[in-house]
Design a protein around this ligand. Structure first.
Ligand code: GAF
Length: 394
């Protein structure tokens, strides 16, 4: 079913047996061109919001009940505002995590009905969870007139993910979803949250996402381990250079002197992050100069680092990157997001996409036993209200 204002409003009315028109918010998934595992190291990222999104439809209730429904799972969950606890059922936790954070900031909200629907593939590394969290916080902000800024919403969503989903993520996914701008990537400094929109001019090339269909099972535990390893490296450097706060402030020379003698593994992890930050800054200037070829080469280098040094890739992701490496129509390719599954992002000449996918799909199936899905992503605006009904301050 196509998701739009009409289909979602109709679904909502059926689920909650009401004639009241809901407020509907669309919040997109994201791609990240380059700058992976840099966000929680106070570094830089280059994400963009895409044409796949999570939608929430909400109306107020007169009591303090929170009544939730997910169309994709045909499943309901009900609780009250004085009993916001984790369910471990996954999808409700992203919404309940937002309520929990709002309560911690003393935001005043009442009971509500909420329906969620999405066309972002789950577990594909396109940030379906951040999209749902951002849609929820944006909708509750409008419904209850909370006057949160988008930066505040990004932090609320990030902390909801930490506490209710157990992933100690950075701010990139939420920021990209909320701040996305059509046909632009966001050059974001994750320390200051200073950002700049850079036009994504690909000149006959497209962003092709190849989905391994490997659900990243290991991802949350390994993700949190990587984060701790980076923090360990920073702690060792800090013993000698107290001004250092995060890997963002660290140089390769510092790692050579203060980390390598203590642990080769931690060195390897930190070195990847320091290199990736530098790579991103150069990639950003490639993009501004319109040099997509140079940008593409850096994406391959990122994949190499993620696979060999940071070790967050998997056989299937490596297969997909290896198999496009020598294809002249592909400027760059790499795994994207947290890792251990999900998608690769590729910059591919538009007219070569069909042939590439037709050749790759059977080879991938034979090597892995899995189907290969693909999406040509377009870059779209960030979180928006899409319903026409007027709300207080909107
Ligand atoms: C996941 C996280 F949620 C992000 O914060 C980011 O760290 C990314 O992995 C890796 O760059 O998407």
């Amino acid at each position: 079913m196509e998701l739009n204002e009409k289909t979602i409003a109709t679904g909502f009315k059926n689920v909650f047996n009401t004639t009241e028109a809901p407020l509907i918010v669309r919040s997109p998934g994201r791609v990240n061109i380059i700058g992976e595992h840099t966000d929680y190291n106070d570094g830089f990222v280059l994400p963009a919001a895409i044409d796949k999104a999570a939608y929430v439809a909400v109306t107020k209730r007169a009591d303090n009940t929170v009544s939730l429904f997910a169309t994709d799972f045909n499943e309901a969950h009900e609780t009250t505002l004085d009993n916001i606890v984790k369910t471990n059922k996954h999808w409700p936790d992203y919404i309940l995590g937002i309520i929990d954070q709002l309560q911690k900031t003393n935001a005043v909200i009442g009971g509500f009905n909420l329906m969620v629907a999405a066309d972002i593939p789950i577990g594909a590394g396109l940030s379906s969870s951040a999209a749902l969290e951002c849609a929820t916080v944006f909708a509750l902000d409008a419904l209850f007139d909370l006057h949160l800024s988008k930066a505040e919403m990004a932090h609320i969503a990030q902390h909801a993910e930490h506490e209710f989903a157990g992933v100690k993520c950075g701010v990139m996914d939420m920021f990209a979803s909320l701040f996305g701008k059509k046909d632009h990537v966001i050059s974001l400094d994750c320390r200051s949250l200073f950002y700049e929109y850079v036009p994504l001019k690909l000149d006959g090339y497209k962003l092709l996402l190849l989905n391994t269909n490997v659900k990243h099972k290991l991802s949350s535990s390994e993700y949190n381990t990587r984060r701790q390893q980076c923090e360990q490296g920073v702690a060792w450097v800090k013993e000698r250079v107290p001004a250092v706060r995060a890997l963002r402030d660290v140089t390769v020379e510092m790692l050579d002197h203060y980390v390598m003698p203590k642990s080769m593994l931690i060195y390897q992890r930190c070195k990847y992050v320091v290199d990736e930050n530098n790579r991103l800054l150069q990639a950003c200037s490639d993009l501004k100069k319109g040099d997509v070829h140079a940008l593409g080469k850096k994406m391959f280098a990122t994949h190499e680092g993620l696979s060999k040094e940071y070790e967050v890739s998997c056989r299937e992701l490596d297969f997909l990157v290896d198999h496009v490496k020598d294809n002249k129509a592909v400027l760059g390719a790499r795994m994207m997001g947290g890792g251990f599954g999900g998608c690769t992002i590729n910059i591919v000449k538009e007219e070569a996409i069909k042939k590439l996918v037709e050749g790759l799909s059977p080879a991938y199936k034979e090597a892995t036993g899995l189907d290969l899905d693909y999406y040509v992503a377009s870059v779209e605006d960030g979180t928006r209200i899409i319903s026409k009904k007027e709300f207080a301050h909107v």
